[in-house]
Design a protein around this ligand. Structure first.
Ligand SMILES: NC(=O)c1ccc[n+]([C@@H]2O[C@H](COP(=O)([O-])OP(=O)(O)OC[C@H]3O[C@@H](n4cnc5c(N)ncnc54)[C@H](OP(=O)(O)O)[C@@H]3O)[C@@H](O)[C@H]2O)c1
Length: 278
């Protein structure tokens, strides 16, 4: 049987790191991409020790030519690309007025346009082979609004819309597009996520609200859903003949979606305000 091939982005850390290992350990020839291959040491060591079918691949997702060259190289060498996991992304904390245009644009660049570039490049390969699974790592933040996170949330809402729409278009070619929507996962995401420059300014009229949200997220991330729950969902998707459009990960995500569905807009807004003591 021909060995399946996977590409995973954002593998120098946390979720991407564990998805790359998971796929390689389950027999996928895995290209673990990262923006800076100097960050690859831990992944390289594990892959070598366990003799995993994995290649660490430097990818500059901000440049179409570089993305196309990387995808061409992979498809020429391995002849197929079965799974693409668009995982790279980061949180940006700060109330809307405290976010600079550059910070908002960069957030969309990483969380949406880098995914657009890579997906556009991989789709012709999947279309020719009449098979493929594209997994976009979204978030529960792509379902609900929340203060001090508008840019991150808007980027994840956009990714949700892209995923849902693309799914219709490429189904005819045997390609499945899936959105993974984790709640808060126990990772360094909140610690390493970007704090907008002006959001740290205590003279900002939004300073108190931003601090409250940031502290709340730090607290929740310490109690977050273990990474293994994300891995279980990814394994379910890549081994399914008919993966669903969306997969929530974590009890917090399920509870929030249930509440959002059950409550009216105003009830839900009041529920969030109460949680935040607003
Ligand atoms: N952790 C959570 O609680 C959680 C919850 C819901 C959704 N998610 C989503 O899951 C995905 C992975 O999150 P994670 O927790 O594993 O996060 P992470 O470790 O902070 O970052 C994941 C990857 O994103 C890239 N990245 C991070 N910060 C960046 C920046 N400032 N500029 C450009 N690229 C940056 C890096 O890719 P390279 O390796 O290529 O450098 C990094 O390895 C993200 O899309 C995130 O939105 C996470």
């Amino acid at each position: 049987m021909v060995q399946k091939v996977a590409i995973v982005t954002g593998t120098s850390n946390e979720i991407g790191f564990s998805i790359a290992l998971l796929l390689a350990r389950n027999g996928f020839y895995t290209f673990a991409t990262m923006s800076d291959s100097d960050e690859s040491k831990d992944l390289t060591d594990i892959a070598k020790r366990e003799k995993l079918p994995m290649e660490i691949t430097r990818l500059d997702p901000s440049n179409c030519d570089s993305v196309n060259q990387t995808v061409d190289r992979i498809s020429e060498r391995r002849k197929q690309i079965d799974v693409l996991v668009n995982n790279a992304g980061y949180g940006l904390i700060g109330c809307f007025e405290d976010l600079s245009m550059e910070e908002i644009v960069q957030e969309f660049e990483t969380n949406l346009f880098e995914i657009v570039r890579l997906t556009k490049s991989v789709l012709p390969v999947m279309r020719r082979q009449k098979y493929g699974i594209i997994i976009n790592v979204g978030s529960i933040a792509g379902r609900i609004g929340y203060p001090a996170m508008s840019a991150y949330i808007a980027s994840k809402f956009a990714l949700s819309g892209l995923t849902e729409s693309l799914r219709y278009e490429v189904d005819q070619f045997g390609i499945k597009v899936v959105l993974i929507e984790p709640g808060i996962i126990k990772t360094s995401f909140v610690q390493t996520g970007m704090m907008a420059r002006k959001a740290t300014d205590t003279s900002s009229p939004y300073s108190q609200l931003t601090q409250k949200v940031h502290q709340g997220l730090r607290f929740l991330s310490e109690k977050g859903t273990p990474l293994e729950e994300v891995e279980k969902v990814i394994l379910k998707v890549v081994t399914s003949d008919e993966p669903r459009p969306r997969y929530l990960v974590g009890i917090d995500a399920a509870v929030l979606v249930e509440a959002r569905t059950r409550m009216s807009d105003v009830e839900f807004e009041n529920f969030i305000k109460k949680e935040l003591g607003m």
